[in-house]
Design a protein around this ligand. Structure first.
Ligand code: SF4
Ligand code: SF4
Length: 308
């Protein structure tokens, strides 16, 4: 048998591609099946099992990039399988200039806005107003969108747009529904808010109540204002007699402006970039007992939702 014949025998058994039978056992079903039928059968087995979830069940989410560094989006991506599960089951990403070729801000359920707004740049101002018009829920994602963060220190005068000197948190220009502070916010925090936004919009009554309890403190934070500083833990926690010396604020500070001295935080104000992470992480700050009391139920719901 030549090499070609050996190859045909290996690929197609004893049947020649020309259709001539060679040495087949009579009555053998396997031998009767032509090769293309076997290949089709195998392909159908591979395609078969995946059950598609209807797209109508999903919410639509967009990432709006204002004057930010993309670190918040990277933090979202840092949820790894979590992000894929969210995109697979709960949300369609309808707008994100970093990842998709959609040029104009579409209508969407949730807009995750990263970065502050340069008020000397007309396009940026128009985009944030457009975002508010087109989104049911606007989320300020990260310290810049919530509080201005490092862009609070911008004074203009740099080439090639020296007139770009004023940057405001988005809450100074539009109504914001939810804050996720942090520079950058933790991946888990972003994931949790996305899952809870889905449950709020698409869940049953029980899930809606749970999601409402979880999101309320973040909504309250959005109502509380657009300024943050390390001083917040001084004025609103320590001076109120609430500090228990846990050190969460120092651990959360991205620039290590907080050190623990004699069991209490000390803030190096010249290092502070005004991100608001310390106050947001402090267990004695804005978090409500509604959330703390339902902690296990909330975590169970998120864990169940994130099963791939
Ligand atoms: S002290 Fe640190 S965590 Fe607090 S606002 Fe300043 S930079 Fe952010
Ligand atoms: S996180 Fe809050 S309670 Fe803990 S040390 Fe800092 S200010 Fe005090």
């Amino acid at each position: 048998m030549g090499i070609l014949e050996s190859l045909k025998t290996l690929l197609f058994g004893k049947r020649d591609v020309s259709g001539e039978k060679q040495d087949e056992k009579p009555g053998s079903a396997k031998a009767e099946k032509p090769a293309d039928v076997i290949i089709e059968e195998k392909a159908s087995i591979i395609k078969e099992p995946k059950e598609e979830k209807p797209v109508a069940d999903k919410i639509t989410v967009g990432h709006v990039h204002m004057s930010g560094c993309t670190g918040c989006l990277v933090s979202f991506a840092d949820t790894y399988e979590g992000l894929l599960t969210i995109l697979d089951k709960y949300a369609d990403l309808v707008y994100c200039l970093t990842l998709a070729d959609v040029r104009h801000i579409p209508e969407m359920d949730v807009a995750l806005v990263e970065g502050s707004v340069c008020i000397n740049d007309h396009l940026s101002v128009e985009e944030i107003i457009e975002t508010r018009k087109n989104a049911k829920i606007v989320v300020a994602l990260g310290g810049c969108a919530c509080y201005g963060n490092i862009t609070r220190f911008c004074r203009g005068g740099q080439m090639n747009q020296p007139q770009h000197e004023g940057f405001l948190p988005i809450g100074d220009l539009i109504d914001v529904d939810v804050y996720i502070p942090g520079c950058a916010p933790t991946p888990q925090q972003i994931r949790n808010v996305c899952v809870m936004a889905y449950l709020l919009l698409k869940g049953n009554d029980e899930q809606k109540a749970l999601a409402g309890a979880y999101l309320t403190p973040f909504m309250n934070l959005a109502k509380a204002g657009t300024e943050a500083c390390g001083c917040d833990i001084m004025t609103q926690v320590i001076n109120q007699g609430l500090c228990m010396g846990c050190g969460s604020c120092a651990a959360a500070c991205p620039v290590r402006a907080i050190s623990m001295e004699y069991g209490k935080p000390q803030i190096e104000r010249d290092l502070c970039i005004k991100c608001g992470a310390c106050y947001a992480q402090c267990p004695r700050s804005f978090f409500s007992f509604d959330v703390v009391n339902q902690y296990e139920g909330i975590m169970d719901a998120i864990d169940a939702a994130m099963q791939p």
